[in-house]
Design a protein around this ligand. Structure first.
Ligand code: HEM
Length: 509
């Protein structure tokens, strides 16, 4: 009798479980179907079978990732096939991609459409741990963003940065000294890794007066933490289940990322608190971006746009946004120079004319490097480290005859538009002369630093840093690409050269 009762109970439980599961699955299928129907009027690449129904184009993204190709190349193909407006589905999330300069202008240059949470949650938190929080990159709405941006803007204007030329030069000199020990013409040097270290050192010094010494220290915990965090973010982007999977590897990754983020945040907290104390005691403090911000907020005494936790968000934001991007730009530039000896020759001639026998490059010197600016702009056109931006529509919008309802996530891509014949002649050619001031016809089809009020605050910083580093390196070394490096890229949060820009170096005669 008892056995029958237990069996009945178990049967009942299983039935309830199956019914609930069935209802949930049914609701989920209806939801996915609704998402597809909502955007059925927008051209889209086929999503095959059940896998395509549930995962959308995500498997294509994984495929490209495995082949060291950017998913953006798949999007270029879709643009060629389907035109200026294309829908993609990542899992069941629709994203509408629009390749039209007027749309770019309307989306980026008005403060109408905020950043969408779904596209930026990976910056706010990685694998469940607060990362950039509400820092400048990841704060979503314009109202919260504006006062923060106003606070940081003066520290990033060209004039203020001109006063930091000493620090930019010093960073470059440490790298040159290090590389001079490897410049024997036969040692492979992964220049991307070197740029990564040096740009971390420079941002740490210029922004926070910190001497991290990462260029020389192979065991820097700071660098390890940054690498672990990027690896975690990339894993979560490609395999979102890592955020909650019970598998040991996923749990270990979550712990490593948590420890690394906490390490960075605690470093930031210490740095800010020590500076505050020094300022209270009226001790001499470095003239850097942190001092500038703390003076503005008067040590958080007045009601200000930012509190300590918010400032730690900015600390991490500047390290992350201000480092890998510039390193990748330099890596891609050196790679293209290796592939185009005639461009390299012309650039070196310009650098030598400016250099004469100077040790310290002043701002006036780098302003004369006009061809170098063209090289950097052209590199950013073909290889933008940040390929595009996303917004959530605040109202219905019609583009090219397609109605996009309020709430739609739209994305604009500098990477894809750079490859469109209608905006750039012979678009796949690396041709710096297209950026001669008089020839520049790139309005709203070229936006590697984004546009409008959410554009890159560090644009001037990056372009000063890149010119100082590249000029000093070309003055001292000949670079020869290790053969076999094509244009493969790693599309991991930022776009970077897959071959890590490996070179053989020799001293310039
Ligand atoms: C070649 C180098 C760089 C490139 C290509 C680049 C690109 C970009 C892009 C495309 C955005 C907009 C992102 C979005 O729409 O979500 C952005 C934002 C930002 N970048 Fe950069 N960046 C570079 C260097 C830097 C540097 C050196 C710093 C700081 C020192 C920096 C700090 C920031 C910050 C704080 C934001 C958010 C700005 C805001 O929303 O107010 N970036 N960057």
């Amino acid at each position: 009798m008892a056995a029958v009762t237990i069996a009945t109970c178990l049967f009942g439980l299983v039935a309830v479980f199956l019914t609930c599961g069935g209802i949930m699955l049914g609701a989920f299928v209806l939801f996915v179907h609704y998402q597809h129907r909502k955007f059925a009027h927008i051209p889209s690449a086929p999503r095959k079978g059940l896998k395509g129904f549930f995962l959308g184009h995500a498997p294509v993204m994984v495929e490209y990732h495995k082949r060291n190709q950017s998913f953006n190349d798949a999007i270029v193909e879709m643009m060629r096939e389907y035109g200026h407006v294309v829908a993609i589905f990542l899992l069941f999330q629709p994203i509408i991609l629009v390749f039209d300069p007027d749309f770019v202008k309307g989306i980026l240059c008005t403060n109408t459409h905020p950043k969408p949470y779904k596209a930026y949650k990976l910056f706010k938190k990685i694998l469940g741990t607060r990362f950039l929080g509400n820092g400048l990159v990841s704060v979503l709405d314009y109202e919260t963003h504006a006062p923060k941006r106003a606070l940081l803007n003066p520290a990033f204007n060209r004039k203020y940065l001109q006063g930091m030329m000493g620090q930019f030069n010093a960073g470059a000199d440490v790298l040159i000294e290090k590389l001079s020990h490897k410049a024997d013409g036969k040692t492979e040097v992964a220049m991307l890794d070197e740029f990564n270290r040096t740009t971390l050192d420079i941002i740490a010094k210029v922004a926070f007066g910190m001497d991290l010494n990462i260029t020389l220290d192979d065991n820097s915990p700071f660098r390890k933490a940054v690498s672990t965090i990027f690896a975690g973010a990339d894993l979560e982007k490609t395999y979102p289940t890592t955020a909650f999977s019970p598998l040991p590897a996923a749990r270990k990754m979550r712990k490593d990322v948590r420890d690394s983020i906490n390490f960075l945040r605690e470093t930031g907290r210490r740095c800010i608190e020590e500076r505050l104390k020094a300022m209270e005691k009226q001790e001499e403090v470095p003239s850097d971006i942190l001092t500038h911000i703390l003076k503005e907020v008067d040590g958080f005494k007045k009601e200000s746009a930012i509190d300590l936790e918010g400032l730690i968000d900015e600390f991490i934001t500047l390290f992350i946004a201000g480092q890998e991007t510039t390193a990748n730009l330099l890596g891609f530039a050196l790679l293209e120079l290796g592939h185009h000896p005639e461009v390299m020759h012309r650039l070196k001639t310009e650098v030598e004319a400016v250099f004469e026998d100077k040790d310290l490059l002043e701002y006036a010197d780098i302003s004369q490097l006009t061809y170098m600016m063209q090289v950097l702009k052209e590199t950013l056109r073909l290889w933008p480290p940040v390929t595009g931006s996303a917004r959530g529509l605040a109202c219905d919008v019609v583009v090219k005859g397609y109605k996009l309802p309020k709430g739609t996530i739209v994305s604009v891509s500098s990477y894809v538009m750079a490859r469109m014949e209608e905006y750039f002649h012979d678009p796949l050619q690396f041709e710096p002369d297209r950026f001669k001031a008089s020839d520049d016809k790139s309005h709203y089809a070229y936006f590697p630093f984004s546009l409008g009020s959410r554009n890159c605050i560090g644009q001037q910083f990056a372009l000063i840093e890149a010119r100082v580093l590249l000029a000093k390196l070309l003055h001292r070394f000949e670079f020869n690409l290790v053969p076999g490096q094509g244009h493969g890229v790693l599309d991991e949060i930022t776009l970077k050269p897959a071959g890590r820009c490996r070179n053989y170096l020799t001293p310039v005669e």
